[in-house]
Design a binder for this molecule. Structure first.
Ligand code: CMC
Length: 437
């Protein structure tokens, strides 16, 4: 009968060992027993960018990249996007089950209780320059909340953790909206706790002199769906940052700020902003083939295309395309959509993209909808960060409660100089390597 093990022979020593396989993985620590002698540290694995390394066990999100499947706690993303609200999904991601009606009512009330920012935090925001990027403002302001809630550092106390989780989910839209109002020089709008999570966010962004902000229900629902699609995505770059920083038992505000920083990069959450810039550069459909030629020549990447895990289709991109229709019925069609659709069509027929299994990802169409709704491209990644905070916090909590986890501390393969002695200044030659290397 087949055994769940792999037999390895170390050709350096002829030592043969059986390494158990569990859940399709071997433990990297089991390789340590392969040594060439007592002074040998033991065999390591080398895996830059974690291409083939599971860093944790997680029960939150399941992705099958070849089949284009995404599930939160077992529920397909398509069903959640169609049948649930964002706060319902947030509850599911954090607690493992969908809430019953009374639980959801309490949960909404608890999050709503935490939507306001301390007045000193508003003053902190005022210190940013008028043209500061909203992601820089968001990450810094989230970090600053660590100083407002010093008790949050007691990360091993479940009651303390639960409070910070509600605070962060409640306050992210408020901070996000304030970064936007700050960039326009508009006064901040206080949260309106009568409104839904998405509608209140729209209120804080766009309310002017009217006594009560009325969110368009179709646009509020579309935003809610986009929040659901972005809520978690297993061990992506920013979640990995959240877990790594959180593993040192840093408080959740500082850990979330680190996750925001990781999200801001153009290869991760910053891609949605880059897609819009790219569509602007392309400008018209007839210029797409020349642009694609440059991508294939390696001059730059096609933003919003490709994914480390999805090698078939990003299921979120499909739902976004569908949500776009409802938005465009209200806002009118975004002219960039035609360029994007044509770009997708041409790319999907091109051998370069087919061979490398490069498909549109979540960021390819989200920016087009956001722009149609009235958001500036600089705000797109902030819109990603609001719902992803739920995933970050769920993964952070899971990490802290996992007895197998410790402070994240990878090994390295040292490639520098062997030991050498410091030479007195007068005997040193001019360095051949640049001082900034
Ligand atoms: N345009 C052109 N070529 C690409 C692209 C692209 N967007 N993405 C990957 N490739 C090529 C890459 O050059 C490589 O080619 P070769 O084998 O000839 O060297 C091959 O495809 C494999 O790519 P990779 O860089 O090894 O793939 P990765 O898993 O390390 O990177 C990625 C994944 C998402 C960072 C990358 O596809 C990319 O940079 N895409 C553009 C940025 C983007 O849209 N990011 C959003 C990702 S989804 C949401 C999120 O995570 O926030």
């Amino acid at each position: 009968m087949a055994k769940d093990a792999v037999s390895l022979v170390d050709q350096r020593t002829q030592a043969a060992r059986e390494i158990p396989i569990q859940d399709g993985a071997i433990r990297a620590m089991d390789l340590r027993q392969f040594k060439t002698g007592p002074d040998d540290f033991g065999l390591m694995t080398y895996d830059p960018a974690f291409m083939n390394t599971a860093s944790c066990r997680s029960a939150i999100t399941f992705i099958d990249g070849d089949k284009g499947i995404l599930r939160y706690r077992g529920y397909p993303i398509e069903q959640l996007a169609e049948k649930c609200t964002f706060l319902e999904v947030a509850y599911l991601i954090l607690f493992g089950e969908l809430p019953a009606a009374p639980q959801l009512k309490d949960w909404i009330a608890e999050i709503t209780l935490h939507t306001m920012l301390h007045e000193t935090t508003k003053k902190f925001l005022e210190g940013f320059r008028y043209d500061a990027h909203p992601m820089g403002m968001l990450a810094s302001t989230v970090a600053a909340l660590s100083t407002v809630y010093p008790e949050s550092r007691h990360v091993l106390d479940p009651t303390v953790r639960a409070l910070q989780i509600k605070r962060l989910i409640g306050k992210m839209p408020t901070i996000a909206a304030y970064t936007y109002r700050h960039s326009l020089g508009y006064p901040y709008v206080y949260p309106d706790n009568d409104l839904s999570y998405a509608a209140n966010f729209m209120n804080m962004l766009w309310k002017m002199m009217e006594p009560k902000y009325q969110a368009n229900p179709t646009l509020a629902r579309a935003l809610d769906i986009l929040f659901i699609l972005h809520a978690d995505h297993e061990q992506n770059c920013s979640t990995n940052a959240m877990r790594a920083v959180g593993s040192s038992q840093a408080d959740p505000f500082l850990s979330t700020a680190a996750a925001c920083a990781a999200l801001s990069g153009p290869l991760h959450g910053g891609a949605n902003e880059e897609v819009l810039k790219m569509l602007d550069v392309i400008g018209s459909k007839d210029r797409i083939p020349a642009y694609i030629d440059k991508v294939k020549a390696g001059e730059f990447k096609l933003m919003g295309f490709g994914h480390r895990v999805y090698k078939n289709y990003d299921p979120r991109a499909r739902i976004i395309k569908w949500a776009a229709d409802s938005v465009f019925e209200i806002t009118g069609r975004n002219a960039k959509l035609d360029i994007a659709l044509e770009l997708e069509r041409i790319a999907l027929e091109d051998e370069y993209f087919v061979k490398r299994k490069l498909y549109p990802n979540v960021d390819f169409y989200s920016g087009i909808i956001y722009q149609a709704m009235g958001f500036k491209p600089e705000m797109f990644t902030v819109l990603f960060a609001i719902p992803r905070t739920v995933g970050w916090l769920a993964q952070w909590q899971e990490m802290l409660c996992d007895g197998e986890q410790k402070i994240a501390r990878p090994r390295q393969i040292y490639t520098g100089e062997a030991a050498r002695d410091v030479v007195p200044m007068e005997q040193r030659g001019v360095a051949t390597t640049p001082a900034t290397a």
